[in-house]
Ligand binder design. Structure first.
Ligand code: DGL
Length: 270
């Protein structure tokens, strides 16, 4: 039974989903968040579909045990290959939301024709999910995807706004697959951490699109419609569970959620 006062579960392989969690918290401050960062298996983007699905089911189990009313897959790689599986797995116990559909909705409303670029992990690009979903809504849009696998480890290591990150980003964005685009989908929840660097590369001339606020708005709308919004702010702290302790996670979580936060080590397999 879904209760208004139960938490929102959010997960990613690491710190990327914190960009989504932060947008959710800003939009819905009364909601309590249980965040799972599967740092032991990061990066997801290089893993097989079967491996990612197995991690996702384990994480869903944890979030269901915590009585989460929502399971928000704050990871494009997992959203690409495990959304249908998790919906089936959670059944009526929790509503499952992915980060891809709100982006598709935005792109098809905002751009009617032309070429849109997509950068993401190998798994997200190989899955073809963005291409299929966008084609269904906007057959006149051409989607040109490019896997950018160095960005997640770079961001996890804190290489932001420096010479190395500039060079890597420039090298990827100068790929001919991305020439002539009018919009660029950041198809990985880690990438908003380098959104300014990406926007600067394009000098503001390309619509650089990330999922965080769009997903938070869709979530707010759903909770309101279903009368599931938390009425009062919770006395319990937001909870951050990580399958392996990393300094990077602790540092970034602290940066996003300046209040007191609780981070615990929670191995998925003992
Ligand atoms: N942030 C995730 C995504 O949106 C995962 C990146 C990774 O672990 O490779 O795809």
């Amino acid at each position: 039974m879904k209760q208004a006062d139960t938490p929102i579960g959010i997960f990613d392989s690491g710190i990327g989903g914190l960009t989504v969690a932060k947008a959710v918290k800003d939009k819905l401050p009364n909601e309590r968040i249980v965040y799972f960062g599967d740092t032991a298996h990061l990066p997801y983007g290089d893993k097989s579909e079967a491996a990612i699905q197995a991690y996702c089911v384990k994480i869903a189990d944890v979030l269901l045990q915590k009585r989460c009313k929502i399971i928000l897959i704050a990871c494009n790689s997992a959203s690409s290959v495990a959304f249908d599986l998790l919906k089936e797995y959670a059944g009526n116990s929790a509503k499952v939301i992915n980060v891809i559909d709100p982006m598709i909705k935005y792109v098809s409303e905002k751009h009617s024709s032309g070429k849109i670029g997509l950068i993401g992990t190998k798994r997200t690009v190989l899955s073809g999910v963005y291409k299929d979903k966008l084609f269904n809504r906007s057959p006149n849009l051409l989607l040109s995807p490019l896997a950018t696998p160095l960005l997640v480890p770079m961001i996890e290591e804190g290489y932001l706004n420096n010479k190395i990150s500039h060079n890597i980003i420039e090298d990827y964005l100068s790929d001919e697959k991305l020439t002539g685009i009018s919009g660029l989908i950041l198809g990985c929840t880690h990438y908003p951490l380098v959104k300014d660097e990406i926007s600067n590369y394009y000098d503001g001339k390309v619509d650089v699109i990330d999922s965080a606020e769009r997903v938070a708005s869709e979530l707010a709308l759903y909770l309101e419609q279903e009368n599931m919004l938390a009425k009062n702010s919770s006395s319990e702290l937001d909870e951050f569970l990580i399958s392996d302790y990393t300094d990077s996670f602790a540092r970034t979580a602290q940066m996003f959620f300046q209040d007191e936060i609780s981070i615990s080590h929670y191995p998925l397999w003992e």
